[in-house]
Unconditional design. Structure first.
Length: 300
């Protein structure tokens, strides 16, 4: 009688098979996670763009008709512009916008680096800074939107800058706490908050200031005790280390020693991550410390 031999898999063949299956499974999980992250990030960006479009469209209505009402109940003839809370409530409750990363978290928040969050800040009368961070691109974007309550209203007066939005301060680039001037020479400067927005305060705080050599350094001699005031009359020391505000250099002085500034009337926004500043009226971004006659826009 002929014996029938039954061949099976060897141990090595089984191990190789399990390894291959495991690799394919892990690749599938990674691809799925990447797909979900990209999808959520796309929704977050759409929320950001829709908020900006809505604000521009509503504020244009007030430009065309002072008797109109925007966002259901705010009168265009009102003496005050819509508050940030008023706008936030509209986008969250009336438009039912959701944070794509967390259904229990609001789409409007205060931390631009929290996933799915859009930040709206009132930087001046009728002027709003709208920010959003992309977790996929690891970039955060900020755009200024003005209204008829703003002194320099125009529907297209928006500008955008980007900076790294990493998980730690080392990956974020510079911050207000680590700011160092681009050089030690004289130049024109502005007083800004941690987000790079020029402060709205008392007399002398609405434009650029000329400064001599070394005076942009934190705790520099002669400048450590220099102060201005906020809107409530409280003293601000923008040259002291640890302050919530900083006196940062925008333009450098020309070779002949002349100092000029493009930032009068809070017309600039500073980017701590790469030492650049954006002139809001033109939307152009420049490297800090370069004299006006020599500078070239980074985003012409």
């Amino acid at each position: 009688m002929r014996t029938k031999t039954i061949k099976g898999f060897t141990l090595i063949e089984l191990i190789v098979t399990f390894v291959i299956v495991g690799i394919l499974s892990s690749l599938g999980v990674v691809s799925y996670n990447n797909y979900m992250e990209t999808s959520k990030d796309r929704v977050a960006e759409e929320n950001y763009q829709n908020i900006i479009k809505s604000m521009n469209a509503e504020f244009l209505r007030c430009k065309l008709d002072k008797n109109a009402s925007i966002y259901n109940s705010h009168n265009c003839g009102s003496s005050s512009s819509p508050s940030v809370n008023f706008l936030s409530n509209y986008f969250v409750n009336s438009l039912n916008m959701k944070n794509p990363y967390d259904k229990n978290a609001s789409v409007i928040g205060s931390d631009v680096c929290k996933k799915g969050t859009v930040v709206i800040k009132n930087t001046a009368t009728g002027t709003y800074d709208v920010s959003y961070a992309s977790s996929v691109k690891q970039k955060a974007y900020s755009r200024e939107v003005t209204s008829t309550w703003s002194s320099n209203y125009t529907k297209t007066n928006t500008s955008s800058i980007s900076y790294s939005c990493g998980s730690s301060s080392s990956s974020q680039g510079g911050t207000i706490a680590t700011y160092k001037p681009p050089h030690n020479g004289p130049g024109a400067g502005i007083i800004v908050d941690k987000n790079g927005n020029m402060i709205k305060g008392g007399p002398g705080t609405s434009g650029g200031h000329a400064c001599s050599a070394d005076c942009f350094k934190a705790n520099s001699q002669g400048m450590k005790n220099w102060y201005t005031t906020d809107q409530n009359g409280n003293r601000i020391y923008p040259n002291r280390a640890g302050s919530e505000y900083r006196f940062v250099m925008t333009e450098g002085a020309s070779p002949s020693g002349n100092i000029a500034s493009s930032c009068a009337n809070r017309n600039c926004k500073y980017n701590f991550s790469n030492n650049t500043y954006t002139v809001l009226s033109s939307g152009q971004t420049f490297k800090a410390g370069v004299p006006p006659g020599q500078r070239k826009p980074i985003n012409p």
